[in-house]
Design a protein around this ligand. Structure first.
Ligand SMILES: [Zn+2]
Length: 100
C-alpha cells in the first residue's frame, strides 16, 4: 500500500512512496500510454498505436483500490490499481523512450 503520493507537475512525474520504503517515479505521459481502461485495452489489442503522452491533471482515489487518473487530453477512464502502479514503477521505460 502507498504511504505517500506526490504529483510533481513541473517535472510531470507522479511519485508514490510505498509502505516497504520503495518509491516509484511514474512520468505522466507514460502513465497515459499504459492506461488499462476498456477503450485503451481494446485499442492496444487491435494494434493501434499508443495514445500520445498527456500530462496528468487530476487524481481521484478509488476507495482502497487505487487511483483514477485524469489526463490533459480529456481521458479520465483509467483506474490504476495499486499493484499495477507498483509494477509500472518497477518496469523498464520502453514506452517512454519510444515516445521520445
Ligand atoms: Zn484509457
Amino acid at each position: 500500500m502507498p504511504v505517500g503520493i506526490t504529483d510533481h507537475r513541473a517535472s510531470a512525474v507522479l511519485r508514490i512512496e510505498w509502505s516497504d520504503g520503495h518509491t516509484s517515479a511514474l512520468p505522466h505521459g507514460w502513465l497515459r500510454q499504459r492506461c488499462r481502461c476498456a477503450v485503451c485495452t481494446h485499442a492496444a489489442r487491435t494494434g493501434a498505436p499508443p495514445p500520445p503522452p498527456a500530462a496528468l491533471v487530476d487524481i481521484h482515489p478509488v476507495a482502497e483500490k487505487g487511483l483514477n487518473l485524469v489526463f490533459a487530453d480529456g481521458h479520465a477512464r483509467g483506474i490504476y490499481p495499486w499493484a499495477y502502479l507498483r509494477a509500472l514503477g518497477d518496469e523498464p521505460r520502453h514506452a517512454q523512450s519510444v515516445a521520445g
